[in-house]
Design a protein around this ligand. Sequence first.
Ligand SMILES: Cc1cc2nc3c(=O)[nH]c(=O)nc-3n(C[C@H](O)[C@H](O)[C@H](O)COP(=O)(O)O)c2cc1C
Length: 354
Amino acid sequence: MTRLFDPLTLRGTTVRNRLWVSPMCQYSARDGLPNEWHHVHLAQFASGGAGLVMTEATAVSPEGRISPADTGIWNDDQVAAWRPIAEAIRSRGALPGLQLAHAGRKGSSESPLSGERGTVPAERGGWTTVAPSAIAFDGFAEPRALDAAGVEAVVADFAAGARRAVAAGFAAVEVHAAHGYLLHQFLSPLSNTRDDEYGGSRDNRIRLLRRVVRAVREAAPETLLFVRLSATDWAEGGWQPDDAVAAAAAVKDDGADLVDVSSGGLVAHQRITTGPGYQAGFAATVRAEASVPVSAVGMIDDAVLAEGLVSRGEVDAVMAAREWLRDPHYALRAAAELGADVAWPPQYLRARQA
Ligand SMILES: Cc1cc2nc3c(=O)[nH]c(=O)nc-3n(C[C@H](O)[C@H](O)[C@H](O)COP(=O)(O)O)c2cc1C
């Protein structure tokens, strides 16, 4: 008996199994438009048996991009470009999800594919970044602190992004509040020194995330809504697992269906200890203490490890990133290893062992 390949139903939508594709930036877009690279890249994981395929961090505004080569969801041309990709994922039996993102002070950065690091200058398409406070990320230009109108615009941009994701055919959206991007910058006292209602106490630092989640829920009432949180900054004085539990409980009340638990990314001096399943304990804690469905992510590269997390009831689903790049048929392979009977694409059946 395996549990990894049991369907999961949330908000009336059923995902065929619990082994999902975690968001992965490809740094391959122009003007925020996904192209044939993104199409093949994402569709192959659905052919490979994934339950849900999440797009890369997709910016809700031009200045919300990590790099100039990020995908976006701030205009209708982007909706048209995403639509066939969402359909390709769905027609292969997986659910298409789109990660809604704003990079904040980590925006306008060089694509890692370029071999450069740091902030892209204006003459090469860079922009002035925004953040809760004018505190730079190590090696990056100083951001502009968002004023009240800027905060309102962020909420509106996430809501509009969610509306567009639904129009493009996505079944799920994920609010990216992890890895040191804008919403995480608000959550952590290391990057948020505001003295208005968005800074200071933990409740105040969580306020923008909660407003975004409520606005996205209102914009997309029937769509699965995930929130990706970093469970810790791995740095003294930073965001901690008990903060993540509080944020998870709050966003659940605001309409989130699942919390996707990751960690880190806020400060360069973080000290992370990695290893197989190294973040799964955080996910299990969030699930137990905030009573919300969770996914775990982080070096869950084999079927037995993934199966154990789900079958012991520690997490509801497993996301993986790099393992899908090594083997785009990770789920078909995992099912074979665990002896689970899953549907293969009929075109591939001659390769399936009896
Ligand atoms: C190439 C690459 C791009 C990534 N881009 C994103 C992203 O857009 N959004 C995000 O939340 N995480 C991103 N991540 C982090 C992954 O989603 C995942 O959390 C992390 O790689 C750990 O999982 P893994 O050990 O299975 O790779 C990226 C990771 C990789 C390797």
